[in-house]
Design a protein. Structure first.
Length: 264
């Protein structure tokens, strides 16, 4: 391969990586949309370059831009590809009625978080009747897997070496975006979660909020996802956290049974 060919290949890879980074940011903020300035700052991609890539994504219908507010949103092609890429076992579909039931029983907001590499990815949520909502996560939002209640529940089922690998991979992002994060607190929280069978975690981004979460485990005992409930700290003391965790655990047992049946 010539030097020029290698350079072209590297440039092509860089463009793909930048396009993927922009798509992830838009996905995580699709409800409100993203301005070009926000995408430029969060991705560290130069504004002209980000704009050029976005125009290419618009041409392929992967992204659309609202004419009124000029914000960027996911385009119809992403929805179509998502339908085709849906896994054989549709975890979101299986969990949906349980999320709704948990939200109704608790009055609070229930979230479904799956593991995606080193991240926790929110793929669904259901709102309860309590008037003050703790919208900790939007659907499509990613956070490092060592941040958040649902992610803590997932981490608590993993081997120590894997936990260390995840924390090391996420160290720079966590330091930059979550100033209240403390590694020693995480280790204590993992130990407590294992002892209780569920996770309780103050929300790093919202000091007044707290979440409780139960992992959804695969056949090997490691979590593939978690269901969490988030609300005001005043509504989630230790006693109520145990009650809510019991509600979630009942749903998780049914979900795990459905997953086992689907794999056969």
């Amino acid at each position: 391969m010539s030097i020029r060919t290698k350079r072209d290949a590297n440039n092509g890879t860089q463009v793909l990586q930048r396009a993927a980074a922009l798509l992830r940011l838009i996905t995580a903020n699709n409800r409100m949309g993203m301005r070009l300035t926000d995408l430029h700052c969060l991705s560290a991609i130069e504004k002209p370059t980000a704009h050029r890539i976005l125009q290419g994504l618009i041409a392929e219908q992967m992204v659309r831009q609202d004419n009124a507010n000029k914000r960027y949103y996911l385009g119809p092609a992403m929805y179509e590809m998502g339908l085709v890429a849906a896994p054989r076992v549709a975890l979101r579909d299986i969990c949906f009625p349980h999320l709704q039931a948990i939200a109704e029983q608790t009055g609070d907001t229930a979230f479904l978080t799956v593991r995606s590499g080193f991240d926790g990815l929110c793929i669904d949520r259901a709102e309860g009747g309590f008037p003050i909502k703790a919208f900790v996560l939007d659907i499509g939002r990613r956070r490092p897997l060592n941040v958040g209640g649902g992610s803590l529940a997932i981490l608590s089922t993993l081997p120590e070496a894997e936990i260390q690998r995840i924390c090391s991979a996420n160290a720079d992002r966590v330091k930059a975006n979550f100033p209240r994060y403390n590694a020693a607190d995480l280790l204590r929280d993992i130990a407590a979660s294992r002892a209780r069978g569920y996770a309780v975690k103050d929300v790093l981004e919202i000091p007044e909020a707290r979440s409780v979460a139960v992992p959804i485990c695969g056949h090997d005992g490691e979590a593939i996802a978690a269901i969490s409930v988030a609300t005001l700290k005043a509504r989630l003391d230790d006693a109520r956290a145990a009650t809510v965790a019991g509600c979630i655990a009942q749903a998780v047992a049914q979900i795990e049974n459905r997953l086992d049946e689907a794999r056969r």
